[in-house]
Ligand binder design. Structure first.
Ligand SMILES: [Zn+2]
Length: 348
């Protein structure tokens, strides 16, 4: 096997109310000046605390508020960082802010710190950024954040739907790892046992705590956040998104094309995982009931997708990344077979 590079976050701080310590946390990286990329809703919620913490440490900063995560926002963030000579870019918010900041920091060769305010996907600590409107529908490989500051209080206040989506993203590691094994066995692809097990562990915590997570208990929210960070680290150890992303993710990306703007990433991955579990002869009923318990959708209609869209996405999925061998590449389902699969497991 060829050697590969593992890139990991250097400092991770997680706890209740830790957003107050953001000044001290960022001072660890001795930045000249900081660009904060955030969304308007999140910024309205935390700006007072963040500004006070920055002032206390004498940090120079500027905040860029974004509403979307397309290549346009990345460009604006890069330009702002250059004009402002920011050597540290912070993604403060949900998936969009973190992803835009991550790719912009990578392009500018600046340091990057992730401060998630919701637990909706595993991009919190991973080296991957999902940006819309690029030349490909899946994520960009960048670098993992140098630091992650996760305030469980803040994350627990985010809409419950986001947490459920994060659980969908985590449960999908079960089928992602199966696809990775399949590629190892049939295509002699590199397979990292440690990274695979780390990713599986992050899924298993959701399976075992699903009911508690569904009730929104803060202790469980913390476990989900730690699991999402850990899944991102698993990708860093693998040196690829393999342990975190299989056919269920390709299904989600296919839906991004077929039905843009409908459903959250983690919700679509969760639905995909139920179907891929069936194809891999895994206990799909168990996956489905865990998703149900965390209040994630187990039927596509619930998020506004119909049977035809689901079947079309299953057919298109392997073409999104032809080189990434998965169960859908092996089986190449027809439209009718795809529809039958979705019906059998109650996704449509
Ligand atoms: Zn994902």
């Amino acid at each position: 096997m060829d050697s590969h590079v593992m890139e990991l976050p250097r400092v991770i701080q997680i706890g209740y109310g830790v957003i107050k310590e953001v000044g001290e946390f960022l001072s660890k990286f001795s930045p000249e000046s900081v660009l904060i990329v955030s969304g308007p809703i999140v910024w309205a919620r935390v700006s007072k605390v963040v500004e006070d913490a920055f002032k206390e440490k004498g940090l120079t900063y500027r905040c860029l508020q974004i509403n979307d995560s397309t290549s346009k926002e990345v460009e604006v963030a890069e330009k702002t960082a250059r004009v402002f000579k920011a050597d540290l870019i912070v993604g403060l918010g949900g998936g969009r802010a973190v992803d835009v900041a991550k790719l912009a920091a990578y392009n500018c060769q600046s340091m990057f710190v992730s401060i998630p305010t919701s637990a909706s996907h595993d991009g919190i600590a991973s080296p991957f950024a999902s940006i819309k409107g690029g030349n490909r529908p899946y994520s960009y490989t960048t670098k993992p954040p140098l630091g992650v500051l996760a305030d469980v209080d803040l994350i627990a206040q985010a809409p419950q739907r986001l947490l459920a989506a994060g659980c969908g993203d985590l449960i999908s590691k079960i089928t992602a790892v199966r696809d990775w094994m399949l590629a190892r066995d049939e295509k002699h692809e590199y397979y990292g046992n440690y990274a695979a097990n780390l990713a599986l562990m992050s899924a298993e915590i959701v399976l075992s705590e699903a009911k508690g997570i569904g009730r929104g208990n803060k202790e469980y929210v913390r476990d989900v956040v730690e699991a999402l960070i850990s899944a991102g680290v698993a990708a860093g150890i693998a040196g690829s998104s393999r342990p975190c992303s299989g056919a269920e993710h390709l299904f989600s990306h296919a839906l991004d094309i077929i039905a843009p703007g409908i459903g959250l990433h983690g919700e679509k991955c969760g639905l995909g995982a139920i179907m891929m579990a069936k194809l891999h002869n895994l206990d799909w009923v168990k996956l489905r009931s865990a998703l149900y318990d965390v209040n994630a959708p187990v039927n596509a209609l619930k998020i506004g997708l119909d049977a035809d869209q689901v079947a079309k996405a299953l057919v298109l999925a392997p073409d999104i990344r032809p080189e990434r061998y998965t169960i859908l590449h092996k089986l190449r389902l027809s439209f009718e077979e795809a529809k039958m699969l979705a019906r059998e497991v109650g996704v449509v």
